[in-house]
Design a protein around this ligand. Structure first.
Ligand code: FES
Length: 197
């Protein structure tokens, strides 16, 4: 039985419904390898050598994928995948954002995706993408590091702070486009449009 691995749990479910029960479709829940959140994960004395580890939350997903691949008899050199990793700077900025928003009121968000609107509240210390995924929306993403632009959306109401942007041009930002994986609410209400391209 073929095994398909995608990042998003919502996508895994949808793709499995298309492919049928002859396929095993599993989600990695985003990138699985990261720098450990402590001093010493980057060694500036040694050519900025980095220590990578599979994040604790990702271990169970990686195990499920490895078990499925083993069950289906794949050899190690048949298993190829792409890993994106967030920089230490990006992670620190997100930690800072979470700290800043502690105790603050939540934001009321409406997300438009695939022609339908969904409303929910989210913490100001959470990214728009993570909040959408948590609410079982099939929001697009790949790197979660501000690099690929897969998660691009348009903010048509309210304001977000984009922590990192290596993908959008200035004119796109001026038109209201944002990378949802890097966008944190500043306003009490938001309207996020994933359909607006
Ligand atoms: S998922 Fe790649 S830039 Fe957001």
């Amino acid at each position: 039985m073929p095994v398909v691995v995608v990042e998003s749990p919502a996508k895994a479910k949808t793709i499995n419904s298309y492919l049928g029960s002859d396929y095993t479709v599993l989600a990695s829940y985003g990138h699985v390898r990261d720098l450990p959140p402590k001093d010493g994960s980057v060694d500036p004395e040694n050519g900025f050598d980095m220590t990578w580890e599979v994040a604790a939350a990702s271990k169970k997903h990686v195990k499920a994928i490895a078990d499925a691949l083993k069950t289906h008899g794949l050899e190690p050199d048949q298993i190829k995948f792409e890993l994106f990793s967030e920089s230490q700077q990006g992670r620190l900025a997100k930690q800072e954002m979470a700290k800043r928003s502690e105790g603050q009121a939540q934001t009321q968000v409406t997300v438009k995706i695939d022609g339908a609107q969904h409303s929910f509240t989210m913490a100001k210390g959470q990214s728009v993408l993570d909040a959408a995924l948590e609410n079982n929306l099939d929001a697009p993403f790949a790197c979660k590091a501000g690099v690929c632009s897969t998660c691009m959306c348009k903010v048509t109401e309210g304001e977000v702070e984009m922590l990192s942007n290596h993908a959008l041009e200035d004119y796109e930002v001026e038109r209201g486009y944002r990378l949802s994986c890097q966008s944190y609410p500043l306003s009490d209400t938001l309207f996020i449009d994933y359909d607006h391209h």
